[in-house]
Design a protein around this ligand. Structure first.
Ligand code: SAM
Length: 193
């Protein structure tokens, strides 16, 4: 995901991308693989993509990085520990640093099993007074920070949440062939306001 963010920045404003990760894995990785260290492989990937001039790796936790980084943030992509309290902490640490008009995005937000990201997104993006244009692309949800959203923004955000729940239920209950799945995805994207 950092590679895509890096390329996005290269094709856009060429701003630095701070990649925050202690590189020791989240609880689900440690359970599955034991002790891990992904830092060197991460650095190699960034170098191979010639993104080392844009990507600044910060080998630390989200909390530690939030005490170091003082600059305003235009886009934050949250994809760290997936427990509810940890995702909520990420939201609380980075929301104040996000500029008005900035985008906050979360990954892995569809799951009802490991549901931390999904719950945080529902509470703090879809039902918030400080976000508008809350939308989804697959399991990524994102919204634009505003000083205070309007009643119409809140109605649109709730409508988008209903659409999302509908999509999750249909995807879980009905097995559609690949082509129909693709058409359904396009239709739901089209229906997002
Ligand atoms: C689901 S992976 C996603 C990694 C990366 N976004 C990607 O797409 O390759 C979650 C990552 O969160 C990191 N992580 C776990 N706890 C963290 C914390 N408190 N702060 C920042 N990152 C954390 C893990 O080391 C792991 O690499």
């Amino acid at each position: 995901s950092t590679v895509w963010l890096g390329w996005g920045s290269k094709f856009g404003k060429n701003l630095k991308v701070f990649a925050i990760d202690p590189h020791i894995g989240s609880s689900e990785h440690i359970q599955r693989f034991g002790k891990i260290d992904t830092f060197n492989e991460f650095l190699q990937n960034i170098k191979a993509q010639k993104l080392d001039d844009i990507v600044v790796p910060l080998r630390c936790t989200s909390y530690e990085a939030s005490t170091i980084l003082k600059e305003p943030v235009e886009l934050i992509f949250i994809d760290g520990a997936h427990e509810y309290d940890m995702v909520k902490q990420d939201f609380e640490l980075w929301f104040p640093k996000l500029v008005e008009g900035g985008i906050m995005a979360f990954h892995d937000t569809d799951s009802y099993k490991r549901d931390g990201p999904r719950r945080v997104v529902e509470e703090f993006l879809y039902k918030s007074q400080f976000f508008k244009d809350v939308r989804f692309v697959d399991s990524i949800k994102y919204g634009k920070k505003v000083a205070r959203n309007s009643r119409l923004d809140r109605i649109k955000n709730h409508y988008s949440l209903l659409l999302l729940r509908f999509r999750i239920v249909i995807a879980a209950k009905i097995h559609l062939p690949k082509t129909l799945r693709k058409i359904g995805k396009k239709l739901i994207n089209f229906l997002q306001l």
